[in-house]
Design a binder for this molecule. Structure first.
Ligand code: CP
Length: 301
């Protein structure tokens, strides 16, 4: 007997599956009505705050004919010591799929091991695959097939960056990452994995080198929620701010992406995030459609 179809990380999927998810997201965005969640309930379990993930999954479940319940771990027995495994077994008796946002990736894996319904990664300390699917859809809406494109990531090698590296391994675009060497784990497995798939992924210290000629420039918050290294990271990342001068080194029609929430004046200037190259609100909107596609894929294949 096969188990539930989980959506945990992009490096567990293949290019064909990603392409199918994008096709379904485009269909949902074009207005396709498919009530695959009729009579079904989605649990959204948060150990950390969220605006986009929470609202887009709730709306997505509703548009697919189902409904969502939002659970804060602090209000659950999970927050008082009940195990993740027991929580998974109990929730599986009530709901049809579970989205988890957590600071500890191992909890996502534990939830998936014990749940008998699909589990979806709504962000962990390791990865944010829903976000990167939305970002790639956003780039392809403007520029067509991403395979021949050059992307640049500027800032911390964080969870969103790691999912972007996984996507490079599957979809064949080239990726230059500018990150302070002090913030890089020398044996980052995502890089080895993507390169083994044939992807060109380079890691540089100089943000100007990474951005030069790029078709899209990504950045993200320097200090993530519950990051204890805040002040050290801010000091190291000061030269990695995406401002107008840095963006002018990219291709003239380069896009600027940020998964939000942004800390304006820190990792990005107002000039860039509010400028004509910015697609940050399209990214946020596309979360809804890629997640409807993910829910459909998890629930009905
Ligand atoms: N980008 C993102 O995941 O946003 P939230 O933290 O608001 O969910």
């Amino acid at each position: 007997m096969t188990g539930p179809r989980h959506f945990l990380d992009l490096d567990r999927l293949d290019a064909t599956t990603l392409r199918r998810l994008f096709a379904r997201a485009i269909a949902f965005k074009a207005g396709e009505h498919k009530p695959v969640m009729a009579g079904r309930t989605l649990a959204l379990l948060f150990e950390k705050p969220s605006t986009r993930t929470r609202v887009s999954f709730e709306v997505g479940a509703h548009r697919l004919g189902g409904h969502a319940i939002v659970l804060n771990s602090r209000d659950m027995q999970l927050g008082r010591g009940e195990t993740v495994a027991d929580t998974a077994r109990v929730l599986s008796r009530y709901v049809d799929a579970i989205v988890l946002r957590t600071d500890a990736h191992h909890k996502l894996l534990e939830l998936a091991r014990s749940a008998t319904v699909p589990v979806i990664n709504g962000l962990t300390d390791r990865s944010h695959p829903c976000q990167i699917l939305a970002d790639i859809l956003t780039i392809e809406e403007r520029k067509g097939d991403i395979a021949c494109r050059r992307l640049a990531w500027v800032g911390d090698f964080n969870n969103v960056c790691r999912s972007l590296v996984h996507a490079a391994g599957l979809l064949g675009f080239s990726l230059a990452i500018a990150c302070p060497p002090e913030l890089l784990a020398g044996d980052e497995p995502a890089l080895a994995w993507a390169r083994a798939q044939g992807a060109t992924v380079t890691v540089l210290a100089d943000p100007r080198e990474a951005v030069r000629g790029a078709d899209a420039v990504f950045t993200d918050t320097w200090v993530s929620m519950s990051d204890r290294e805040g002040e050290r990271k801010r000091a190291l990342l000061e030269p990695y701010r995406v401002d107008g001068r840095l963006m002018r080194l990219a291709a003239p029609d380069a896009l600027f992406l940020h998964c939000l929430p942004a800390h304006r004046g820190e990792e990005v200037t107002d000039e860039v995030i509010d400028g004509p190259q910015s697609v940050v609100f399209d990214e946020a909107e596309n979360r809804l459609y890629v997640q409807m596609a993910i829910l459909e894929w998890c629930l009905v294949g």
